[in-house]
Design a protein around this ligand. Structure first.
Ligand code: NAD
Length: 445
């Protein structure tokens, strides 16, 4: 099939490349000229394992093209995917300006029957808005070209996006048009060689809702466990043991019940907020989901508060080594990362920060911590340790899992570790003479 994928961020670039890998002819469109020129040369704007090789292979196979011209891409297009950002608006709702701009351009430039697929995460009712905007533009041109609007929310995870897209747990297709559904089934068939049961079809509104509910459910598990962790600490229990104790019940399971410094990233914070907002627009107070968000906001500062309890309110003259800036491992994405909140709080109290992350330093320097003074960035984790009062672990990159603790002990001013991701064995660290602070278990000296 001839596909246009509009928006070359995490979702658009990965989906477009994976569709190309299956033999479709894909044109990826973006408004940022520099991004498109770089992509044509195989320069990838994001860090995503396996993506670069796949992009290069498909450019060479002439299955993957890049352009800034949506008009040109629609000339031969059968299916156009909208994969632009839907950031959080000021009132917490999803900002649909980019989605609707794309819809307007599609209406202006489409020349043949088209299936318009919304892959961006959008509130219930957005497909109707997209349809109206396209119709308005077609009417203005006095054209009557048939099209349908399908919802196909994306569930890939940054850091494992290629794998998620190539072998999806499920693909949700919301459509009110049988022909469009059949086309989507054909497009996704190569991704389900063993079974098509994982392609779930439903009405458009339910599909739009499914994405928000999936993310809010996962965020709920995280906030629930973080709340439990805080209670564990107060009553002298160990959340790491409690986690294993409850996860062994198959109705609960082990996934997404790790205590930590709260969720971040481009999706959970904004999608939880948007669902709360959707509910309130219908005069419903989504109490539980509201609590998920407020527990998370509080959780982001738990590690900073432990540092303050240990070193005092005034952190002038203190230096902390921070391992990990990205909101999770295997990505350079720092959107809403707990590290931003923790570092800002420590710096506000006078501390200096020596930071290292395997992939996210550029993002931190250029955007998320750009205006924060007192941060120095290093090329390796051990370089951050000299003259630091403590090491603070904020992202569970594999290279942090089993560090040389003797080196930490030698380099740090005193052997103190704050672990925002509960990565280490507290008994071993205590035997080695460390003060070890983690989430959900009281440090015993
Ligand atoms: P992103 O911000 O990384 O990328 C969006 C891209 O769209 C940018 O390159 C931007 O330049 C481009 N764009 C904006 N307006 C455009 C226009 N008019 N024409 C062409 N391109 C335009 O966003 P993302 O992380 O890929 O997310 C896209 C959508 O998918 C969002 O709704 C998000 O919630 C959802 N989603 C994201 C993830 C994820 O892990 N990042 C996972 C599932 C769903």
């Amino acid at each position: 099939m001839n596909l246009s994928v509009i928006g070359t961020g995490y979702v658009g670039l990965v989906s477009g490349t994976c569709f190309a890998e299956m033999g479709n002819r894909v044109t990826c469109v973006d408004v940022i000229n520099e991004k498109i020129e770089n992509l044509k040369k195989g320069v990838i704007p994001i860090y995503e394992p396996g993506l670069k090789a796949m992009v290069l292979r498909n450019i060479e196979n002439e299955t993957l093209y890049f352009t800034t011209s949506l008009e040109e891409s629609l000339n031969k297009c059968d299916v156009a995917f909208i994969a632009v950002g839907t950031p959080m608006g000021e009132d917490g709702s999803a900002d649909l300006q980019y989605v609707l701009q794309v819809a307007r351009s599609i209406g202006k430039y489409m020349v043949r029957p088209l299936i318009v697929v919304n892959k961006s995460t959008v509130p219930v009712g957005t497909a109707d808005k997209v349809r109206s905007v396209i119709l308005e533009e077609l009417d203005a041109r006095d054209q009557n070209i048939p099209f349908s609007v399908v919802s196909n929310p994306e569930f890939l995870k940054e850091g494992d996006a290629i794998n998620d897209f190539m072998k999806p747990d499920r693909v949700v297709v919301g459509s009110d048009n049988e022909k469009a559904t059949a086309k989507m089934r054909a497009l996704y068939a190569p991704f389900f060689r063993s079974s098509m049961d994982r392609l779930i079809t439903m009405d458009v509104r339910s599909a739009e809702m499914t994405k928000y509910v999936a993310n809010s459910m996962l965020a709920t598990k995280i906030s629930f466990m973080n709340e439990v962790a805080n209670i564990c600490e107060l009553v002298g229990a160990d959340v790491n043991k409690v986690r294993i104790g409850i996860g062994s019940d198959h109705r609960i399971g082990y996934s997404f019940i790790y205590p930590g410094s709260g969720y971040g990233g481009s999706c959970f914070p904004k999608d939880v907020k948007a669902l709360i907002r959707t509910a309130s627009e219908h005069n419903y107070n989504a109490e539980l989901i509201g609590a998920v968000e407020s527990v998370n906001d509080r959780q982001k500062l738990v590690i900073a508060n432990k540092v303050i309890s240990r070193f005092g309110d005034n952190l002038e003259g203190r230096t902390f080594s921070v391992w990990g800036l990205a909101f999770k491992p295997q990505t350079d994405d720092m959107r809403e990362a707990p590290s931003i909140y923790i570092i800002k709080e420590l710096v506000r109290r006078g501390a200096c920060i020596k930071a290292y992350d395997p992939k996210a330093i550029r993002e931190a320097q250029q955007f998320y911590l750009k205006d924060v003074p007192g941060i120095t960035y290093f090329n390796s984790k051990y370089e951050t340790l000299a003259d630091s009062d403590a090491m603070i672990l904020l992202t569970e990159w594999k290279e942090f899992r089993s560090p040389d603790f003797e080196e930490l002990k030698q380099q740090l001013k005193q052997p103190v570790i704050f672990d925002g991701r509960n990565q280490y064995n507290d008994i071993m660290l205590k035997e080695m003479g460390f003060e070890y602070y983690q989430i959900g278990k009281k440090e015993k000296l």
